[in-house]
Design a protein around this ligand. Structure first.
Ligand code: FES
Length: 359
């Protein structure tokens, strides 16, 4: 199921002292396999110090381009992002899984099209912090390319201009689309020309949307960055009367917050796993995460971040029950219909069956 393909590194561009943009060449026979929607990510597999690592990186390039560019910020000494920033070379090959992800720039929903004519120009607002800009770059390029009347407003938070990924590309886009693309850089550690000062907060959101662009009726809002920023912007938008269905977000976090396990996590569970039409059976401790138990048995289940942020590991519970440590991806109704992030799930029943094919 988790099929990786070898892609050659075509360019490596320095974005900041701690981030690079890596462009991968997609051969003609894999163009269909690597076709993607703006906002999606790829997973890279790499063995480092004898350990297989998988990391998910959002695509910054436009879906119209054949090559795929990702942004990689160095967050882990000795991990993949460190390797990519210090050792990766043009001409190397990387094992890459085809694009996936649900944080995409999509055509209007039925509800929206009831109010707005199908195919009408879109006004999009986006809020990004740090490396959360990566999928927003692809979304911005797609919004601006797909209709000559589309408009996009972006608020982008960083510590300083020096730490701002894709700064030059954003300025170029602004020059290319002066009437339709508006960027508000906001720097929290340095006071700089043409930038707001501070973190993205309620006043920044309101300044951009209710002051500078009060005449625009926004169709969708895309938020990408740390959890705190996403909650703040999302709550501000809802307080301003924005319907939750218009707010899309992707969590970019490097910290893993594991919650205390409830005492009911004692004991064992008989786990049945369905992957690629094959059924596997194993016994696992309830205190173990379902995906960890599955991978320990060398079952080829899909996964990427193992941190509850990418959605690769979703499976459907068809018998028994499980609880997640954290979930920022699945909606209440998806959980109700049995979907679960297996990298976050502990069994809660003596028998559990999860199906990776039925999602
Ligand atoms: S592997 Fe990324 S959410 Fe589970």
């Amino acid at each position: 199921m988790a099929q990786f393909h070898s892609l050659k590194v075509k360019h490596i561009d320095t974005l900041t002292p701690n981030a690079v943009a890596v462009t991968l060449a997609v051969p003609k026979d894999l163009l269909q396999t690597f076709a993607f929607e703006a906002g999606q990510y790829i997973t890279i597999k790499k063995e480092i110090k004898g350990k297989e690592l998988r990391r998910a990186y959002s695509i910054s390039s436009s879906p119209k381009k054949e090559d795929i560019t990702i942004g990689i910020k160095r967050v882990d000494r000795g991990g993949f992002s460190d390797f990519a920033n210090t050792k990766l070379l043009v001409g190397d090959t990387l094992d890459v899984m085809p694009p996936e992800g649900r944080f995409v720039f999509a055509p209007e929903t039925k509800k929206q099209s009831f109010f707005k004519k199908q195919g009408a120009p879109k006004n999009i607002a986006a809020f990004a912090a740090g490396s959360g800009i990566t999928p927003i770059m692809s979304i911005a390029r797609t919004v601006l390319d797909s209709d000559p009347k589309n408009t996009m407003v972006l608020v982008y938070g960083n510590k300083s201009y020096e730490e701002t990924m894709f700064y030059t590309d954003l300025v170029k886009l602004e020059l290319e689309y002066p009437e339709r693309f508006f960027v508000y850089f906001t720097n929290s550690q340095t006071r700089e020309e043409k930038a707001l000062f501070g973190r993205i907060d309620t006043s920044t959101v309101n300044y951009a949307l209710k002051n500078k662009h009060k005449d625009l009726d926004f169709d969708s809002y895309y938020l990408c960055g740390p959890e705190e920023m996403i909650h703040l912007v999302s709550d501000t938008l809802k307080d301003n009367g924005v319907d939750a269905s218009k707010i899309h977000f992707e969590l970019f976090t490097t910290t893993e917050i594991k919650e205390e396990l409830p005492t009911t996590m004692d004991g064992q569970t008989a786990l049945t796993v369905v992957v690629d039409d094959t059924e596997y059976q194993l016994t696992m401790d309830k205190s173990t995460l379902v995906l960890d138990a599955v991978l320990k048995e060398n079952i080829d289940a899909p996964y990427s971040c193992q941190g509850g942020v990418c959605s690769s590991c979703i499976a459907r519970i068809t018998e028994g029950g499980a609880e997640m440590e954290k979930n920022q991806i699945l909606t209440d109704s998806e959980i109700k219909e049995g979907l679960i992030l297996t990298c976050q799930a502990h069994p809660t029943t003596p028998f559990l069956k999860v199906d990776y094919d039925d999602v």
